[in-house]
Design a protein around this ligand. Structure first.
Ligand code: COA
Length: 718
């Protein structure tokens, strides 16, 4: 767990806790024991703290947060470091995150290799740094930098950290040797001078104003989340109260957060995000056995908003990309959008100008389909038309080299119906990106009946390479994300038809923690988009959909979309939809015309309106979607509830501090949810989404805890 050796009169304390040297209680006890041993040993003149396997330390062991406190805390060990007369040097490679950085901040000096990263990512799991970070990082980096690092949780490169004063020296070569060399050069210096405890915090401007601005920023950026607020409070203590008091208050805040439901949910989400990388196919292939193929070059078909964004993801990850359009006009327009997006990234300081140039240099725009013939992987991103997609796949199959993987960016179409247009069904897979595709992190990868494990492994790895969160799911209409979104948004419209207003619904969702309400999203993506999808479905079903249609395909229907489109309310792009907008950047404003339109719509259909509270809105939207989630598990389209939760967190910005809809269901209690769904089924018999899932019935009856759902799912398939 922790190794100790002495070389050249320098003691080396090496953290050894695979895979990332987390600071579990045994590791902390080891450090505590060996630092005292080094201090006692008169032949030892200095100490180097470092980590094994190319990493310093990824912070506290998150798994231990569910239990009580064991072993010495980082601040207890650190107090000893502070009193040491022998210099203690943190020698950092890989990452020094969370408790890892805090441990380094207790050392008198910090050196790092150029590729190392440091950070305090605790906020991402609903916590604050609890090992002195909020008090000591401001002393090393200044108040402003510390606030930024701690409230965002972002990693900082060693070079940037060096400029900020967190790292004393950047080194190259063997980190232990460098550590020994550096430590020996400091042996005769007074350690109390560099001890962070004694250092003043550099503050730019008035303390109260800095605090106010930081608080306002986190409250608007992370609405509803507790941890960022505590981060600001605790960091401000570094300049407001004496050192020891600051450390005590930090510990208090940390303990409060540790036992909060928000942090528990975020810790769940942390492990869920890792659990979903362990995918498996019904055919037996899995993440362990399948080897991904290299993707050295890629192609994208369609330079529209989606295709352009996908091409951007590829080139900004260093993958040369051929971007194909059907004519020069569309291609030029697409390329212009790609350039604008890159320039925006440069303006935001997220990319250097020469990097942006390098990205553009590996993007090859073309109207010649044949240019795709040698790429390793193609992503088709044309509009949702089965015949068009089949034609494209047939052409690709004939033209591309046999190894090329063919991906379709469909959001609804069955993968097999596209794959069967080729003679390489094992190499056809769905890669569903979410709009805006360059920004949204979710990548829903969909396997067809014949997709090989090797193909799945390739797109799962590609997803990580292009900085997405890839989740593997089975094929069905709408896949997992849109299939669950269906009942969720339908219930929103039914609530409006029955008496709520669009803003009632949206405010309820935002109070819950969603960044936007469903009607605001509809306005943003275009009311006519939903209208066209419905019209196409009606055409296929041989039905006519009008503003008066009470039923559609045998189910309850709400035709408010048709009523809005009839009045030219197509969404934000035309300044009016469910809301009205003052210009393209305008905020949604309640429009009395819409209120009137809804009331007239209901009157003409003889629908009675009533007051609908936020609890009913939430229950109807969320339980309908959760019920669908259980049906998805039951059908084996996902292998674990974590997959569904990650899809909602990264695809629809479900608040991480609520853990995802399935985790949320487990917190409410399945019995309560099942009973409510049965009640809604009785009350609204013409909505198929209220037919209770039999898996949910089974789990709720047997009171199965969340961590056993996976086994129950496997069981239900037998
Ligand atoms: N505690 C416990 N386990 C941890 C951990 C921690 N602090 N950090 C990582 N792990 C585990 C992961 O769960 C994963 O386990 P698995 O292989 O069983 O799924 C394994 O270490 C590798 O992590 P992963 O994230 O898949 O590897 P990566 O190379 O993509 O990223 C890190 C490495 C360190 C950057 C990333 O794991 C990370 O950010 N860790 C959390 C850091 C943190 O929040 N520290 C503060 C804790 S209060």
């Amino acid at each position: 767990m922790t190794e100790y050796s002495v070389k050249d009169s320098v003691a080396i304390i090496q953290l050894d806790n695979p895979p990332v040297n987390a600071l579990g209680s045994k590791v902390r006890s080891g450090i505590d024991k060996y630092i005292k041993e080094a201090d006692r040993d008169s032949s030892v003149k200095a100490v180097v703290v470092c980590g094994k396997r190319g990493n310093f330390c990824a912070g506290a062991d998150i798994k231990e947060f569910d239990g009580g406190k064991k072993g010495p805390w980082i601040t207890d060990i650190g107090d000893y470091f502070d009193k040491m007369k022998k210099p203690v040097v943190a020698a950092i490679e890989g990452v020094a995150l969370g408790g890892g950085l805090e441990l380094a901040l207790f050392c008198h000096y910090r050196i790092a290799v150029k590729s190392a990263r440091v950070g305090q990512p605790e906020v991402a799991i609903g916590l604050i740094p609890g090992g002195g970070g909020t008090i000591r990082l401001p002393k090393a980096a200044g108040l402003k930098n510390a606030l930024e690092i701690i409230t965002t949780g972002n990693h900082v490169s060693a070079e940037k950290a060096h400029k900020m004063g967190i790292i004393d020296q950047i080194v190259s070569g063997n980190i232990i040797e460098e550590g020994i060399k550096f430590a020996k050069s400091k042996v005769h210096l007074d350690t109390s001078i560099v001890c962070l405890r004694n250092k003043h915090v550099k503050v730019d401007g008035d303390v109260d104003k800095v605090a106010e601005a930081a608080m306002a920023k986190v409250k608007s950026k992370y609405r509803g989340a507790m941890a960022p607020i505590y981060c600001v409070k605790s960091v401000m203590n570094s300049v407001r109260v004496p050192y020891q008091k600051g450390i005590e208050l930090e510990h208090e805040y940390f303990q409060d957060l540790r036992s909060s439901s928000q942090s528990k949910a975020m810790r769940y989400a942390f492990f869920a995000e890792r659990a979903i990388t362990k995918w498996q196919l019904p055919s037996g292939g899995n993440y362990r056995t399948a080897k991904p193929l290299p993707v050295k070059t890629a192609g994208v078909i369609g330079a529209g908003t989606m295709g352009g964004g996908i091409a951007l993801c590829l080139i900004t990850s260093g993958i040369p990309c051929v971007l194909v359009e059907q004519n020069k006009e569309f291609l030029d327009k697409g390329m212009e959008a790609v350039k604008m997006q890159l320039m925006g990234t440069v303006r935001l300081g997220k990319m250097a100008e020469n990097q942006a140039k390098q990205c553009m240099a590996i993007l090859k725009p073309t109207v010649n389909f044949e240019d795709l013939k040698n790429v390793d992987l193609v992503i088709e991103a044309v509009f949702e038309d089965l015949k068009l997609k089949r034609d494209i796949f047939e052409r690709l199959d004939k033209m591309c080299k046999p190894e090329t993987i063919l991906c379709t960016n469909t959001s609804t179409l069955d993968i097999d119906s596209i794959a069967t247009a080729t003679k390489r069904q094992e190499k056809v897979v769905g890669t569903h990106f979410f709009a805006p595709s360059y920004i949204m992190k979710l990548l829903e990868n969909i396997y067809g009946t014949k997709t090989s494990a090797e193909t799945v492994a390739t797109v799962m790895k590609l997803g990580k390479t292009i900085r997405k969160v890839p989740v593997l799911v089975g094929s069905c209409t709408g896949f997992v994300a849109n299939r669950m979104l269906g009942p969720y948004s339908q219930e929103a419209k039914y609530c409006v038809e029955e008496g709520a207003s669009p803003s009632n619904v949206d405010n309820t969702l935002m109070d819950f923690g969603m960044p936007m309400g469903t009607f605001q999203v509809s306005d943003l993506s275009g009311v006519d988009v939903g209208f066209r999808i419905r019209r196409e479905a009606a055409r296929k079903a041989g039905e006519t959909l009008t503003t008066k249609s009470r039923f559609f395909m045998g189910e309850r229907n709400c035709s408010l979309i048709e009523a809005l489109v009839e009045k030219g309310r197509l969404g934000k792009k035309v300044g009016k939809g469910w809301y009205k907008y003052d210009g393209p950047r305008g905020k949604p404003v309640v429009d009395p015309e819409v209120t009137q339109l809804i009331e007239e719509h209901c009157r003409s259909l003889g629908l009675e309106r009533r007051t609908i509270g936020s609890q009913e809105i939430l229950e109807r939207m969320q339980y309908a979607m959760i019920n669908e989630g259980f049906k998805i598990l039951e059908e084996g389209l996902c292998t674990m509830p974590e997959e569904i939760d990650i899809i909602w967190i990264y695809g629809f910005s479900w608040p991480k501090y609520m853990g995802g809809p399935m985790y949320y269901a487990s917190q409410i209690g399945l019995k309560k949810i099942y009973e409510k769904i049965c009640y809604f089924h009785k009350t609204f018999p013409y909505s198929a989404h209220w037919v209770p899932s039999s898996l949910l019935a089974k789990l709720s009856k047997n009171d199965v805890p969340f961590n056993k759902w996976g086994q129950a799912v496997q069981g239900s398939k037998l």
